[in-house]
Design a binder for this molecule. Structure first.
Ligand code: NAG
Ligand code: NAG
Ligand code: CA
Ligand code: ZN
Length: 597
């Protein structure tokens, strides 16, 4: 729980920090790929640095040094490949995790010194079914200097520095020691501690120099939605509620949605999702085991009436579980670091189902999602929207719930479950884009690909909450890769990526048709199925803190792995149509596609 007993000292120290970190420059687009800037606590600006990632893909694959050895395991193959590829000693490489996905095997390593891993110098590698390397991303560095591996500042002092600067409380998640590469090429030893402030919904991982005591960097586990204020129209809400019976997919949720395997409930409280208001025990609960969650919502009543709160908790529970289930079918499994209380012995870390706080009192006109590492629960907060009277509830607009949960998918599937790999401005921007693209994917009901608008119910405006609808028409949506040059805010950058993906989706559906059973049958050949496979496969392939260019390359490689490159030219043409062609770089458009496309 949050304690307030340090309020006075924290005000004092935060002011000291404000002056010592104010030298950071305002970011320009050239820093999008390597920096993330956040304003924390009482207005302190913290700029975190992430060494640029290289990313290479190898189509049908290349050999790793142990390829000829029948007994080579994923760990040995990974270490030997990284060693030879980067020409570094094997004792500078630490194997972190690995697993076999459907289309490829994935492994994640860190640079290491004196047995202590580097937080922001990592690499990821993928092997296809022929045991060949198909993708390699790396942010390993050649350090100018490395601090001693023996801390001279105690962890307690580091915790108190972080608590003061970030205006929160150490959450007792075990602290660790990690190296952190700084922008000047030197490497600091840091105490890594998690600081939360439950009343304002912040959740950071702080990197405090274990020799100087300075707060050097943070990971922000929260992805916020921020929405444009648009004029309210008088459109009347038309309700689309339906009664669904047994919507759970038992391939993804073997004990259904209300049982962990050891504990069963009759409430919005299960293995994948806990949906509540105010207190985690305040769920929608049935008195008997019939599980009849029928709570009609009355749009003309305030969202806070008992009936409407029940409708919100039930809808959030249903949507969260549905995303869990269909994303599971496409590879967001236990081993790929998903969110479940019980993993049924299938790998990954458990006890991390998503908790959803509906009508959270901490804010209005927004929603957010925190993604800590695998093994700690993801947390979604849904707020009320105040543009209308009565107010509207984000938990009853499915695209918002899907958008938020998808932050959990992208943050967990990029970089091996650390929750640390979408932290630069550019990668964070794509995070927003994937979330909108997933919301769009769930809402298609036919092969037509009309323009897509996000968030029109909560603000009661047909234009929704983004600057443009997502569209195949460059007149309706003129955003291109080069638009990012003048954008700094992650949702605005995300619109560029979501619109690229809208065009990729339209191209795949136009080529391969559309399946109405895509959520439960991922083995079809239709375009919407292909799209979601490549979407999730590419997350696993791309490097930590990807750029638009490396994320695009990961899609192309994902297609090589799963479909032998059958969609290569479709993908290239769609990406190139909005400036992300072969020679696109540094937010300069290029519309060329490879020869033969
Ligand atoms: C959480 O943030 C609020 C608002 O900034 C602040 O008043 C409160 O003291 C913080 N809590 C902790 C534990 O620091
Ligand atoms: C794209 O880049 C290539 C060089 O790789 C150049 O030859 C071509 O003219 C560029 N095309 C466009 C349309 O920008
Ligand atoms: Ca997990
Ligand atoms: Zn978001």
């Amino acid at each position: 729980m949050v304690s307030f007993n340090k309020l006075f000292t924290s005000i004092f120290l935060a002011i000291v920090y404000a002056s010592s970190t104010s030298a950071f420059a305002i970011p320009s687009a050239s820093r999008h790929a390597t920096h993330g800037v956040r304003v924390v606590g009482r207005g302190i600006k913290i700029e975190s640095f992430h060494p640029a990632s290289s990313f290479e893909t190898f189509a049908d694959g290349i050999d790793h040094p142990l390829a000829k050895r029948a007994d080579s395991d994923i760990e040995g193959a990974t270490i030997s490949f990284v060693e030879s590829k980067l020409k570094v000693a094997s004792n500078t490489i630490k194997f972190r995790s690995g697993f076999s996905g459907e289309a490829a095997k994935h492994a994640y390593v860190s640079q290491v010194h004196d047995g202590i891993p580097f937080a922001n110098a990592v690499a990821n590698i993928a092997f296809n079914h022929d045991n060949k390397v198909v993708a390699f991303g790396s942010s390993f560095v050649k350090p100018k200097s490395i601090a001693s591996s023996k801390p001279t500042i105690a962890v307690e002092a580091a915790i108190s520095t972080a608590e003061n600067a970030l205006e929160g409380k150490f959450n007792n998640h075990p602290a660790s020691l990690e190296y952190l590469v700084k922008e000047d090429g030197s490497v600091a030893l840091t105490h890594v501690v998690q600081i939360q402030n439950e009343s304002v919904g912040t959740w950071y991982q702080a990197f405090v120099d274990a020799h100087s005591g300075e707060l050097l960097s943070i990971t922000d586990f929260v992805s916020k939605a921020s929405y444009l204020v648009l004029p309210i129209t008088k459109e009347i809400l038309t309700q689309g509620f339906e009664t669904l019976t047994d919507p759970q997919d038992v391939t993804a949720s073997p004990n259904g949605w209300h049982s962990t395997g050891t504990t069963s409930t009759t409430a919005t409280d299960g293995n994948n999702i806990l949906s509540y208001k105010s207190s985690t025990s305040s769920t929608t609960s049935q008195s008997s085991a019939t599980l009849n969650f029928i709570y009609p919502q009355t749009a003309s009543d305030a969202p806070t009436t008992t009936a409407n709160v029940n409708a919100a908790r039930v809808n959030a529970f249903y949507v969260g579980n549905t995303i869990h289930d269909f994303s599971y079918r496409y590879g967001f499994t236990e081993a790929a670091h998903n969110f479940q209380t019980n993993n049924f012995g299938k790998g990954g870390s458990q006890n991390d189902r998503v908790t959803i706080s509906v009508q959270d009192s901490a804010g209005t006109n927004n929603a957010d999602f925190s993604t800590p590492p695998d093994g700690q629960s993801g947390h979604m907060r849904m707020f009320l929207w105040t543009r209308t009277s009565p107010q509207r509830d984000g938990a009853l607009e499915n695209d918002i719930v899907v958008h938020e949960y998808t932050h959990g998918i992208t943050n967990r599937m990029t970089g091996g479950g650390t929750g640390r790999c979408l932290q630069t401005t550019e990668a964070g921007g794509m995070g927003e884009g994937w979330s909108d693209a997933m919301a769009e994917w769930t809402e298609h009901t036919a092969s037509a690909v009309p323009d897509y608008v996000m968030g029109q119910y909560v603000i009661n405006s047909a234009a929704g909450i983004r600057t443009h609808p997502y569209s195949t028409s460059a007149t309706v949506n003129p955003l291109r890769y080069s638009s990012i040059k003048t954008l700094n805010e992650v949702h605005n950058i995300g619109e560029v990526w979501a619109n690229l993906l809208h065009n990729v989706y339209a191209a795949l559906v136009s080529a391969h048709g559309w399946s109405a059973t895509a959520r439960t049958n991922p083995s079809g050949t239709e375009g919407n199925i292909v799209f979601l496979h490549l979407f999730l496969d590419a997350l696993l392939l791309q490097p930590c803190n990807p750029t638009f260019v490396s994320a695009r390359d990961a899609w192309i490689q994902a297609d090589a792995n799963r479909y032998a490159g059958a969609n290569r030219c479709i993908l290239w043409n769609a990406f190139a149509s909005r400036g992300l062609g072969v020679s696109a770089s540094g937010f300069n458009d290029n519309t060329s596609v490879p020869t033969g496309c």
